[in-house]
Ligand binder design. Structure first.
Ligand code: DP6
Length: 324
């Protein structure tokens, strides 16, 4: 009744932004991501008859509060699926630098779903595992796969058709991602709250939704043709549209800091000099810069010299779920 799984985080090139059902996490649009090498969570789950409640150790500390309740709520789903009333010992170790603005919830819930479902004796396909993972955190359902993955929003109200599918494996294309770490990184609005406020109040939200099918079709064509310029242009434009919805919310908000803009402008400047480089930004101030290996040294050095930038973390396409 014990299993260990490892899952990597992912970065969305077409963003998941908006829910149609918050209780079981159903999105308002499809999204598409790249799973990242080097940033992962390793989780061990052991169901044990002698336990009277769940235990959760995160990075060698006993977890409590919201972290604990999200994990037990997720284990409840696994218990219900298996029809077993057993509590579990959960131990998670994150290799995801939160300062770089990568979401540890994506790798965290993917690893928990994989280890938990295996430990309790469920034999889930990747599709079923992705659908389960979605219930913990939406973006996590894409981390089941390496490389590029698409989360199909589905149409059903019970969420049975809402899960991620693989688009291209990690070794398909060597795309690089540099996470630019900024000195001021405190996050003010969580992605969950920001999404909700945007859906409920932003007049730009409909425009965002209307643009998704074009962006998705184009980026998939770009991936298929390994056309970096096309993939980069679409990813960057999609990111700008997502962030534009927050400016129209009531009250308005933005995840950007002053240095966020400095990095964005530097990327545009490098591009005007003929270097194929693009960016994307999630629900935080850090910028993720996309480029091909041959430009890595120059781009890294250029970004490091910017004021307000404290570190650059390099990554590339990574693997899906593995069991240890
Ligand atoms: C901006 O997956 O963290 O990173 O489903 O409420 O847990 P919940 O939200 P979460 O939202 C991620 C939003 C995003 C875009 C993306 O990853 O697609």
């Amino acid at each position: 009744m014990k299993a260990t799984a490892k899952a990597h985080t992912n970065i969305a090139l077409i963003k998941y932004w908006g829910k149609r059902n918050e209780a079981i996490i159903l999105p308002t649009n499809n999204s598409l991501s790249l799973t990242l090498d080097g940033y992962y969570t390793t989780t061990t789950v052991e169901f044990d008859e002698s336990l009277s409640q769940d235990q959760f150790m995160l990075d060698e500390q006993i977890a409590s509060g919201e972290q604990y309740s999200r994990v037990t709520a997720f284990l409840d789903i696994i218990r219900q699926m298996a029809g077993k009333q057993l509590f579990a010992n959960v131990t998670s170790v994150n290799e995801v630098p939160t300062a770089a603005g990568f979401a540890s919830s994506a790798s965290g819930f993917a690893a928990l779903a994989a280890a938990g479902s295996k430990a309790i004796g469920l034999h889930l396909s990747e599709k079923e595992l992705s659908r389960l993972t979605r219930r913990g955190s939406g973006s996590a359902c894409r981390s089941i796969y390496g490389g590029f993955a698409e989360w199909e929003m589905g149409m059903r109200e019970d969420g049975e058709d809402s899960y991620a599918i693989p688009i291209a494996p990690a070794n398909y294309w060597d795309i690089r991602v540099a996470a630019v770490v900024l000195s001021a990184t405190k996050k003010s609005v969580s992605s969950r709250a920001g999404m909700r406020r945007t859906v409920e109040t932003s007049p730009f939200f409909q425009g965002w939704l209307d643009s998704i099918s074009y962006d998705l079709a184009e980026i998939k064509q770009g991936i298929k043709a390994r056309d970096f310029q096309k993939v980069g242009e679409i990813a960057e434009a999609n990111c700008m549209k997502m962030h534009a919805t927050t400016l129209g919310a009531k009250p308005p908000f933005t995840y950007w800091h002053d240095t966020t803009l400095v990095v964005m402008q530097k990327v545009w400047e490098m591009r005007s000099q003929g270097i194929p480089v693009y960016f994307t930004i999630d629900a935080g101030p850090n910028v993720k810069v996309l480029y091909l290996p041959e430009h890595e040294a120059y781009i890294e050095q250029t970004l490091r010299e910017l004021q307000g930038v404290t570190d650059i973390r390099l990554s590339k396409s990574g693997q899906g779920i593995t069991y240890i």
